[in-house]
Design a protein around this ligand. Structure first.
Ligand SMILES: Nc1ncnc2c1ncn2[C@@H]1O[C@H](COP(=O)(O)OP(=O)(O)OP(=O)(O)O)[C@@H](O)[C@H]1O
Length: 302
């Protein structure tokens, strides 16, 4: 009875990395499954480079690589055999296949596991293999559903390089992720999905401006005892309330407090003056001001 995806329509070009963001259960994976033909939509269509996934399925499927959210590995094939099979499926010739398999093993740090079956790999290494299978053979459209979940920082860096490389060499990338850092680094265009619908669409700056609530003020407090810290926090609160209209406390961690204030960029000079004044009065040790991040946009869209 649940309508998981409703009236969604978008397009992405070659050379672009298109990011699909949204909270758990928003419908991202369901949308991916429809685009890749894994499930059938009740209505609508998806076209990859002129081929419809519904009416010209085999032609469309030839054009993309897919890294699903849940693993799709063969339990009886080891890492090397997976790479070999997918390279063959992508039409790599026998002469080149050894190099391509070697490339996959080396770049994803899978060389030491080349003879292992998926059941013997760690979760992160299985993910790396799954991503390599989607990228191998340079398909025209690469669909990656949370590709770097559980992947170590070094391999994640390489996945990012592959994704940005693919999107700059005339390929398209469709990406879902919960990592705002990942979307800020990779995506040319983004959309945020909520309850099966797209709530906004555009480039990073557009989305930030649309959801912007001014600037974020970060204040680093001195290392104090718990009692002193409580007193200092109250003084800081009073200082912020008297210096900035409508500033809101958004988080308080160990010794960093964060406020969101509806500041215009033209007011930044006076904001710096006010905060320097507070620092000179030793209300806090240091401060910084930053623009809205995508992370904050993600927290606000609900
Ligand atoms: N096979 C299914 N049967 C019934 N409901 C399903 C099924 N698969 C997904 N759903 C429901 O569809 C909605 C969208 O799920 P989907 O997996 O597409 O979300 P998502 O945005 O990918 O979430 P996440 O970020 O957690 O991966 C959810 O409410 C989910 O419970």
């Amino acid at each position: 009875k649940l309508v998981a995806v409703n009236g969604v329509s978008f397009g992405t070009r070659r050379g672009e990395c298109f990011g699909l963001l949204g909270v758990n259960g928003a419908g991202k994976s369901t949308l991916f499954k429809m685009i890749t033909g894994e499930i059938c939509p009740t209505s609508g269509y998806a076209i990859v480079d002129g081929s419809s996934i519904m009416s010209n399925r085999s032609s469309a499927l030839r054009k993309f690589g897919y890294c699903p959210q849940t693993e799709a590995l063969c339990p009886l094939m080891n890492v090397q055999e997976h790479l070999f099979l997918f390279a063959r499926l992508r039409g790599i010739s026998f002469q080149n296949i050894k190099n391509v398999v070697e490339w996959g093993l080396r770049h994803m740090g899978l060389r030491n596991y080349s003879k292992q079956l998926p059941s013997k790999l760690s979760g992160g290494n299985r993910r790396k293999l799954q991503v390599t299978l989607a990228i191998i053979g340079n398909p025209q459209l690469i669909c990656l559903d949370e590709p770097t979940t559980g992947v170590d920082p070094r391999a994640r860096r390489y996945v990012w390089e592959c994704i940005s490389g693919s999107s700059t060499i005339d390929h398209g990338v469709l990406l879902t992720t919960h990592s705002m850092e990942e979307s800020e680094s990779l995506c040319h265009k983004l959309t945020i999905m909520l309850s099966g619908q797209l709530v906004c669409f555009g480039n990073l700056q557009h989305i930030k401006s649309k959801f912007s609530r001014g600037y974020t003020i970060n204040l680093k407090m001195y290392n104090l005892t718990a009692e002193e810290n409580k007193k200092a926090a109250t003084e800081i609160d009073d200082f912020i309330a008297s210096s900035f209209n409508d500033a809101v406390l958004t988080s308080k961690n160990f010794n960093v407090v964060q406020y969101q204030a509806p500041i215009m960029s033209s007011q930044l000079g006076s904001v710096f003056d006010k905060l320097s004044h507070g620092k000179n009065k030793k209300l806090f040790e240091d401060f910084s001001i930053s623009q809205t991040t995508l992370e904050q946009v993600g927290l606000w869209v609900d």
